[in-house]
Design a protein around this ligand. Structure first.
Ligand SMILES: CC(=O)CC(=O)C(=O)O
Ligand SMILES: [Mg+2]
Length: 236
């Protein structure tokens, strides 16, 4: 599936007021995708970025979602598309100003996510002081797995994530290395942006980000929990 049928067909978005079984297809809800950047020191260093003292936030559009079976499409203006494997938090309960101690009550489940990044465009935007929208929010820039039930991940602060390209391991990290842990992120974000059911938070990527080319196959996983595969295509 590419894009979001709820949006492309012009139908009204569902406004659920409580977590429901529909969370299973959260990517169809048209809700926010909030991304945390530079949340792993090894990744910040590999891109020669300073290790942040506060979370770096940016957004993706709901049409960024893509599911297994459909390709990731490299935008026409991009010549250096990077993979970033990340743990996603699917919000199951609306909240504003959430205390860290109550943050996990707002997680309805998890997803394995890729934050596909037009790195050349991002570098250009950084130099010019422009927002990252073209680099981060294009259609298919957010491949996601099926919903991972909450009980399948005992501790989001100890999850091993990995990514291979054409069978070669590129990224391998554990969420224990996050600079800002999950409860802190939920609390921090909710002070700025109200979290709603069906929102997705991408929690940042560990080191090993690198380029993919047309026809490459990316495979990502969380050991013993889930894996997913995506092909790369070029926009014609
Ligand atoms: C520099 C980045 O692209 C930040 C980012 O997305 C990350 O996961 O870190
Ligand atoms: Mg990222």
């Amino acid at each position: 599936m590419q894009g979001n049928p709820a949006l492309t067909e012009g139908q009204p978005l569902p406004r659920h007021t409580m977590a429901s079984r529909n969370l299973k297809r959260f990517w169809e809800w048209g809700r926010k995708i909030i991304c945390v950047g530079r949340n792993y020191a090894d990744h910040a260093k590999e891109l020669k970025n300073a290790v942040p003292t506060e979370p770096v936030l940016f957004l993706k559009s709901p049409s960024a979602y893509v599911k297994e079976g459909s390709p990731v499409v490299m935008p026409y203006y991009c010549n250096d598309l990077h993979h970033e494997v990340e743990l996603g938090l699917v919000i199951g309960k609306q909240g504003k100003d959430i205390a860290q101690s109550r943050a996990m009550e707002h997680v309805g489940g998890y997803a394995l996510c890729l934050d596909m990044t037009a790195r050349d465009t991002q570098d250009h935007c950084k130099k010019k002081g422009l927002p990252w929208t073209l680099a981060k929010a294009f259609d298919t820039s957010c491949p996601v797995s099926d919903l991972i039930p909450k009980e399948k991940i005992q501790d989001p602060g100890n999850v091993s994530i990995w990514l291979k390209v054409n069978g070669s391991l590129r990224q391998e990290g554990n969420t224990s290395a996050m600079i800002f842990p999950v409860p802190f992120l939920i609390s921090y974000i909710s002070k700025i942006i109200t979290l709603e059911e069906g929102d997705l938070i991408l929690t940042g990527t560990p080191a090993g980000v690198a380029s993919v080319q047309e026809h490459d196959e990316m495979e990502a996983g969380i050991n013993h929990v889930i894996s997913m595969k995506f092909k790369v295509e070029k926009q014609s």
